[in-house]
Design a protein around this ligand. Structure first.
Ligand SMILES: CC(=O)N[C@H]1[C@@H](OP(=O)(O)OP(=O)(O)OC[C@H]2O[C@@H](n3ccc(=O)[nH]c3=O)[C@H](O)[C@@H]2O)O[C@H](CO)[C@@H](O)[C@@H]1O
Ligand SMILES: C=C(OP(=O)(O)O)C(=O)O
Length: 422
């Protein structure tokens, strides 16, 4: 594991370039194995999740090459092989190989996935969707084995019991080459779903309605990539840097932004009194004056993202007055950052899964642990705001999803170094 050491209290200034979206990338890489020709992805973030997915591709005899921000994947000699449990459990998105392998081979055998420890994360809706398409789903000694009938998968009418990003992606991946028409209702509307549909449609898929809650898929026989696909900017990375810029920035410009993807987040920071110029593909954040406290309630897109409730918390701590409230309706147990922030001097309580934030605490450096990616982001921001040194253990949880984070922070003037942890 790695640790991140931050000497905090520095004012940050300058430009930061947002990378491609982690949550698109981790769906697009498994989706690439549906192609019968090589795939080129542009604007790919340098994150550990990508390294782990590339390694899983290799286990299936799929070669990949990552130069700068371009990832080339050649699935033409793909083989259906057992996938090592350790690698599958190293990230959440490995479960997308279920849908992708089912679509490509009519069979998949994948261990239960890992990913962030943010409370219960059932995947019953993924199974429900695949079963509606005619697949048999079995749990054989801790391995999920999904198999299509002899005649192949058949399009179906599927209604998700709750909106799920992962289930929407897995069902799309399985249904694009099924026979006939699939209608998916109560689908997730996240921008990453639209990105996936754009990628697949450019390979010959027939997906309509991505970005709405009804997605219609006309199954096609074969997918072939013909053009490079540029991944959308990471709205969660953007929100994280925006929060940082508002906390301790002396003029920070975020580049490679689709501001519409951040609407609910921007509305909240605006309500706090953060001063910004929102331009076509950049946001300039002015140094903050006195900030007002707000309440945040997470919701599926286009609501306030659960992945941004932790990164915005240091900003709430720096509000001048009022009591802050954060309610995470998607992952109510996503509170692992609170105990660690309190070690740094924050005054935050959790009562019945409701996070209550007392404003204006002076933060001081401390030794803390990043239990998951966005808890890590929250601690990283707190460490940059704090006086003195902060050591964040389990920093891999930050590196698995934040593109070139050490370099980006240093360019803004931060004193940050990542080391191997003994
Ligand atoms: C790789 C990726 O894109 N990860 C994102 C994805 O995770 P992920 O796709 O795992 O999250 P989901 O959208 O599936 O989960 C939403 C809610 O539905 C519940 N649920 C989900 C599936 C299911 O079969 N049964 C069920 O009960 C979950 O427990 C959760 O309460 O969306 C989350 C919610 O926006 C984000 O925090 C993650 O960053
Ligand atoms: C929860 C997250 O990721 P994952 O679904 O990959 O665990 C996240 O990105 O905040």
């Amino acid at each position: 594991m790695k640790k991140m050491i931050i000497n905090g209290g520095k004012t940050l200034k300058g430009d930061v370039f947002i990378g491609g979206a982690k949550n698109s990338t981790v769906a697009l890489i498994p989706a690439a194995i549906l192609s019968h020709t090589p795939v080129v992805l542009e604007s790919v973030p340098r994150i550990q999740d990508v390294d782990n997915l590339m390694s899983l591709l290799m286990d299936m005899n799929v070669t990949s090459d990552f130069e700068q921000t371009t990832l080339t994947i050649d699935p033409t000699n793909i083989e259906l092989r057992p996938l090592p449990h350790g690698k599958i459990k190293s990230l959440r998105a490995s479960y997308y190989f279920m849908g992708a392998l089912l679509g490509r081979f009519g069979r998949a055998s994948v261990a239960f996935p890992g990913g962030d420890d943010i409370g219960p994360r059932p995947i019953d809706q993924h199974f429900k969707g695949m079963e509606c398409l005619g697949a048999k789903v079995e749990n054989i000694a801790g391995e999920i084995v999904v198999s299509a009938p002899k005649e192949g998968l058949k399009g179906a009418h599927i209604t998700l019991d709750m909106t799920s990003v992962g289930a929407t992606v897995n069902i799309i991946l399985a249904a694009v080459t099924a026979t006939g028409k699939t209608v998916l209702e109560n689908a997730a509307k996240e921008p990453e779903i639209i990105d996936l549909a754009t990628f697949l449609n450019n390979m010959g898929a027939k997906i309509r309605g991505a970005g709405t809650d009804t997605i219609r898929i006309e199954g096609v026989e074969k997918l072939e990539a013909k053009n490079a696909h540029t991944i959308i900017p990471d709205r969660i990375e953007a929100g994280t840097y925006l929060s940082l810029a508002a906390c301790i920035g002396d003029g920070v410009c975020l580049h490679n932004i689709i501001s519409e993807h951040l609407d609910s987040f921007l509305a909240k920071v605006e309500a706090m009194g953060v001063n910004m110029d929102v331009n076509e593909d950049s946001i300039y954040v002015y140094p903050s004056g006195d900030l007002s406290m707000i309440q945040v309630k997470t919701m599926p897109y286009p609501g306030f993202a659960t992945d941004l409730q932790q990164p915005i918390t240091p900003l709430l701590i720096s509000a001048k007055s009022g009591e802050g409230v954060v309610i995470d309706t998607i992952y109510p147990k996503r509170v692992k950052h609170i105990r660690e922030l309190n070690k740094m001097g924050a005054k935050i309580k959790v009562e019945n899964d409701i996070i209550l934030i007392h404003p204006g605490s002076k933060l001081t450096g401390a030794e803390v642990v990043a239990d998951e990616i966005r808890a890590g982001a929250s601690l990283m921001l707190a460490g940059l705001m704090a006086d003195g040194q902060t050591v964040i253990h389990n920093a891999d949880n930050i590196l698995r999803g934040y593109d070139c984070v050490e370099e980006k922070l240093r360019l803004l003037g931060a004193d940050v170094t990542v080391y191997e942890d003994e």
